[in-house]
Ligand binder design. Structure first.
Ligand code: CYC
Length: 161
C-alpha cells in the first residue's frame, strides 16, 4: 500500500534529493485536509452499518434481485452482498485517509471482476450500489469528504468495467 507521503518521499529519496516545491505543495494540501478526512473516517466507523443499509435501500432492496432467481437470494447471497459493500466502504475509507488508490487495486480489485463474472454477480447492479453509496456518504460526512470518497468508489467502479 502507498500513501501520499510515501509516494512523495520515495522518489525524492531515490534521487538523494530534498523534497522540491511541487512535492511540498502536494504535502501541504494533504495535511490541510487531514482533519476533514479523520473526522469523516470517525463518522464512518460509528455509522457504517447504517450507511450500508441506506445504500442497499436506495439501490438493491426493492427489486427482483432479492427474490428467487436473483443474485441476492437466498440469505447467504444477501449476506455476501452486504459484506462486499462493507469491504468497499472500509477500503474506500482507507484510500481516502491515505489519499491514494493503490490499496484498492491490491486488496479489492485484484481478481474481483473475474470472481463476479464466475459467480454471476451482476456488475451493473454493483455499480448502482456504489453510486448509491456515494450519495449516502455525501449526506453522512458532508460534501468535501464525500467528494473524496466518491473518487475512490469511482475507482472501484472503473476497475470492474
Ligand atoms: C461473492 N464477493 C464474493 C466472493 C468474493 C467477493 C471473493 C466469492 C467468495 C465468497 O462468496 O465469499 C468479494 N472478497 C471480495 C472482496 C474482497 C474479498 C471485494 C476484498 C476484501 O476478500 N450480489 C449482488 C449485488 C452484490 C452481490 C449486486 C452486492 C453489491 O447481486 C455480491 N458477492 C456478492 C454475492 C456473492 C459474492 C451475492 C456470492 C455469490 C455466490 O456465491 O453465488
Amino acid at each position: 500500500m502507498q500513501d501520499t507521503i510515501t509516494s512523495l518521499i520515495n522518489p525524492a529519496d531515490e534521487q538523494g534529493q530534498y523534497l522540491n516545491a511541487a512535492a511540498l505543495d502536494q504535502l501541504n494540501k494533504y495535511f490541510q485536509k487531514g482533519a476533514v478526512r479523520v473526522q469523516a473516517a470517525s463518522t464512518i466507523s460509528d455509522t457504517a452499518s447504517s450507511i450500508i443499509s441506506k445504500t442497499v435501500a436506495k439501490s438493491l432492496l426493492y427489486g427482483d434481485i432479492t427474490l428467487p432467481g436473483g443474485n441476492m437470494y437466498p440469505t447467504r447471497r444477501y449476506a455476501a452482498c452486504l459484506r462486499d459493500l462493507n469491504y468497499f466502504l472500509r477500503y474506500a475509507t482507507y484510500a481516502m485517509l491515505a489519499a491514494d488508490a493503490s490499496i484498492l487495486d491490491e486488496r479489492v480489485l485484484n481478481g474481483l471482476k473475474e470472481t463476479y463474472a464466475a459467480l454471476g454477480v451482476p456488475i451493473d447492479r454493483v455499480v448502482e450500489a456504489l453510486n448509491a453509496m456515494k450519495e449516502v456518504l455525501h449526506g453522512a460526512v458532508g460534501a468535501e469528504a464525500g467528494q473524496e470518497l466518491g473518487v475512490y468508489l469511482d475507482h472501484i467502479t472503473a476497475g470492474l468495467a
